[in-house]
Design a protein around this ligand. Structure first.
Ligand SMILES: [Zn+2]
Length: 221
């Protein structure tokens, strides 16, 4: 994936950036800082607004008691109805492709299974990942596979698939890094490989030093 820096003085791009910023401001203003969207997939502006107001995943996983501000999942931009009681958990290991993982266990699976991404946990369990707005990156981007990761996410009763909410990797020094994709032109985060939601330019893989969210570090008893 190529990266693209912001070419100063390029009027067209600056206009696009201004348009993005306008969207964000309008959205924040219109919603009094609370991001709302009814679409299944969060819009770029909702994501950007979430980021701009520094809510990001900090909002994610707040206890249901935190009613006033905790009603919107800032990471997904969706109402948290129905997921409030689902507990966020931390799973650690490496993400690999299912066919390879099965092969190492002496199970030969046909090609139909080869693209399923699974977390191979530290204890050797295989946990299949849902390919959704966040988990999809593991299916798309082999740079995220076969390396140590911490995944914050959730499982629903009766469903073995893990829904990823936050992805952490580790740099060469072993320091924890939060992973997303970033558009240098529009300064907005995205979570899967695609043209920028706003300017359509290429986005780049980004790692930032960041700790686990507090609700994982200090779970309620
Ligand atoms: Zn952009």
């Amino acid at each position: 994936m190529s990266t693209r820096s912001c070419p100063r003085g390029d009027e067209k791009l600056n206009r696009r950036r201004a348009a993005c910023f306008g969207l964000v401001v309008a959205l924040i203003t219109a919603t009094d800082g609370h991001v709302t969207t009814s679409s299944a997939e969060p819009s770029a502006s909702a994501k950007a607004a979430a980021n701009a107001s520094d809510r990001d995943e900090a909002q994610e996983g707040k206890a249901p008691a935190d009613k006033g501000r905790g009603q919107i999942d800032a990471d997904t931009g969706q109402k948290k109805a129905g997921t409030e009681s689902l507990r966020r958990e931390l799973l650690s290991g490496k993400v690999v492709l299912l066919q390879d993982a099965l092969k190492r266990r002496g199970i030969r699976a046909t090609a139909e299974m080869k693209d399923q991404a699974v977390l191979e946990t530290d204890s050797g369990d295989l946990v299949p990942l849902v390919s959704d707005w966040r988990g999809r990156a593991f299916f798309q981007d082999k740079r995220l596979r076969d390396r140590r990761v911490d995944l914050v996410g959730m499982r629903r009763p009766g469903i073995p698939y893990f829904q990823v909410l936050m992805i952490f990797t580790f740099d060469e020094q072993g320091d924890r890094q939060y992973m997303d994709y970033w558009c240098d032109i529009c300064s907005i985060p995205m979570y899967e490989i695609k043209p920028c939601d706003c300017c359509q330019a290429d986005i780049r893989l980004r790692f930032q030093p960041r700790d686990l969210p507090e609700y994982i570090r200090k779970p309620n008893p």
